[in-house]
Structures are given as C-alpha cells and as structure tokens.
Design a protein around this ligand. Sequence first.
Ligand code: GLY
Ligand code: MN
Ligand code: MN
Length: 437
Amino acid sequence: MIQPSEFARRRKQLMRMAGGDAIIIVAAAPERLRNNDAHYPYRQDSDFHYLTGFPEADAVLALVPGRAAGEVILFCRERDAERERWDGARAGTEGAVAQYRMDDAFPIDDIDDILPGLIEGRERVYYHFGRDVDFDLRLISWVNRLRAQVRHGVRPPHEFVALSHLLHDLRLYKSRAELRLMQQSARIAAAAHVRAMQATRPGQNEHEVEAELLHVFRKHGAVPSYEPIVGGGANACVLHYRANNAPLRDGDLLLIDAGAEYQCYASDITRTFPVNGRFSAPQRALYELVLDAQHAAIDEVRAGRAFDAYHQAAVRVLTRGLLRLGLLSGSLERNLREETYRAYYMHKTGHWLGLDVHDVGDYRIDGEFRQLEAGMVVTVEPGLYIAPDAKGVPARYRGIGIRIEDDVVVTDAAPNVISADVPKEVAAIEALMAAGR
Ligand code: GLY
Ligand code: MN
Ligand code: MN
C-alpha cells in the first residue's frame, strides 16, 4: 500500500520541479460508457492516482506551490446520501482533506468559480493537453475569462507546459512501496500463468484457459492489466490476438500474454508452452532460442547500460540462432545490419512497466537511449513468430509463435526478475504440466 505521506512527497517534488510561479492541474479519469447506460469498469487516471490515491471520478487536482491558504486543492463530488445509495460511498470534500490529506477541497460543481482564481497570477500552467478534449475546452474558457479582465489588473498565465515531461520522469523511478506492489502484481500474474499451464488440455477452447487466469486475478483482488492474449498454434503469430475463442490442438503451442493489475500497478508476463505438455523437436529448437535470447537480454538489465542494450542482446542471439536453424542465411554482421530478423521478430524487446503496462517515461534523452537506473522496471520479452505461409522456411517451423516475457527491476546489483514464479525452462514447464495429468 502507498501511504498518504508518499503521495504527499510526490506532490511536493512535482511542485518543486514546476517552480513557485506555476500551477499544475490534473483531472481524474472520466467514467466511460460501454454500451447504452452500462459503464466500463472504472479505472482512475494513472497520473491522478500517482498524485492523490483518490479513487473517484469527477475530480480535479490543483497544485499551487507557495499558496498560503494551501497548496494542494482537490475538487470532488460532495457527499449525497441518495446518490451514494445507488453508486456507493464518496469521500466528499471532508474526506478529501481528512483521508487523502488535501490542504483544501471544494465541490466539483464550483470549479468554474474557483479554479480561475487559482490560475490568476501564475506564470505557467502544467497540464495534459489533448488527453480529454472537453476538459481542454474548460481550461481554455477559464484562461480566456482571465484574459478578458487584463485591463482590470488580472494577470493570466503566459505559458502552457506539457505536464508529462516532469511527472513522467518521477513515475519512472519506483519507490520501495511501489516495488512491493509490483512484486505482488507479478506474483499474482505468475500464479495465474501456473494455473493456466496446469489446466490446459488438447480440445479445450482458448477462452477456457483465459478463465483460469481470471480466476486467479480476481481471487487475489486484481484485474487484468490489459486484455489477455491466449493464442493457440498460429494464433500466437498474431501479435495483438485477443479473440481467445479457438480450440486448442494436440501438438500445438499455446502463447499466453497476461498481466495483473494490483492496486493500480501492472505486471506483464508471457509464457509459451505445449498444449499437450511436451515440446516437439522443432518447437523446442525455436523455444530454446527465444529463451537464450531472453536470458542474454535480462543480463543487460543493469544500472548504467543504455535502454536498448537488452534489445540488442536479444536480437544478436536470435539472429545467430536463426542462421543456425536455416531461417536466415549469410553472415551474422550483415543480418544484424540489415535487421533481417524482423521477418520473424517485429517488436522491441521491452518497455517501462508501472502504473501503466506500457509505462510512461522517455526512452531517449537528447536523441540517445537513456541509461537504466536502479528503481526502473522493464519487461524483457523476445519472441519469434513464423507465419504459417512464411517463404523459404522449413515446413516444421511454420505457424509457430513464441514469446517469453518477464518483469525485471533494475537494481544496483543483479537484475531482479519479479515474475520468476512461473517456470520457463523446458524441463520445468514439462514437469509442471506432467504433474496431475
Ligand atoms: N502485453 C503487452 C505487451 O507485452 O507489451
Ligand atoms: Mn505482454
Ligand atoms: Mn510487454
């Protein structure tokens, strides 16, 4: 759990970065309709959550550094016994101050009257332009109202700055409490993958295996951090396959890419294993190649290495292996230079992980890949996808898709693989699947 004092520390740090003449405005995620009057499950905006821990929609945070009457102001829904009977409890403005440690809180319905006064006299507005067009228009209307009063001595802001630059750099470095939540999120996802592996049988449908994942997520109070991919056979070659509704065939592999979200923190794990519990020789040849690439890549997830070093390590191992297996030809260096592996490996080897599964933060600084630092978390997810109609490929390799994905914390020492509870070595997968069969 993230303590109120940590949320407060984040707000302080952001205000320090923004400067004493700025205002920072962050809106909660809106509720979204799925169909007719049924909503999608509510998920708080990650930035808003990072700064408040406040779980409700219809809320806006204003950070006003140096404001004598309070720097941290929340606009939120008021308590309302009738509405709460239907929709559940609200914190209200009193709860925002007492529970969530805001300096001050106002009803969201009063924002048009109050927020312009907070913006007035501030040089710069930090805000996420373009994320919510309705809110953009409201902000413009508040600023225009100030501009219309310039002759009366009102001082509108002069600069509008993208908030992401400052805030997303903060989010890149995970605190101890965040790392504990991410470890828990990865543990839950790993347990889900283990259960799915144990439950898989030829003749089942992909959605039956998906149900095993969801069972474990919900049992531990988590939700999926993205729509799980459960793809048997050649479906594994469809990178964003989400239909999850095909029968699983004896002799095929099954690729599962599924992560949990626990207290808003994501995990992101992929395993690929045989539907019948035993790898065939060609499946095993490709699988062990991806596994070697993943081991080599994880070894590069160290403080001081450039972000793309682990991608380069994976690509080198994959290319060497593809040459050995006859899926590529020519010299290693020429193939690396010409990126010929992209016929079979068309994505990058990983991304930042945190509140968002593809978490925020710049990958490059001044055009150069940034260096990894302790507290950053990445995924390491090499794969090979041999299309069913791939030209010039031995038939035994066609229609095989493999990815192996783990979540790795950069430390001052060795890489810390927080998703290690689910097996990935061939013998370990086969042993797990054989037990109880
Ligand atoms: N599950 C999304 C990804 O692996 O990036
Ligand atoms: Mn994934
Ligand atoms: Mn991923």
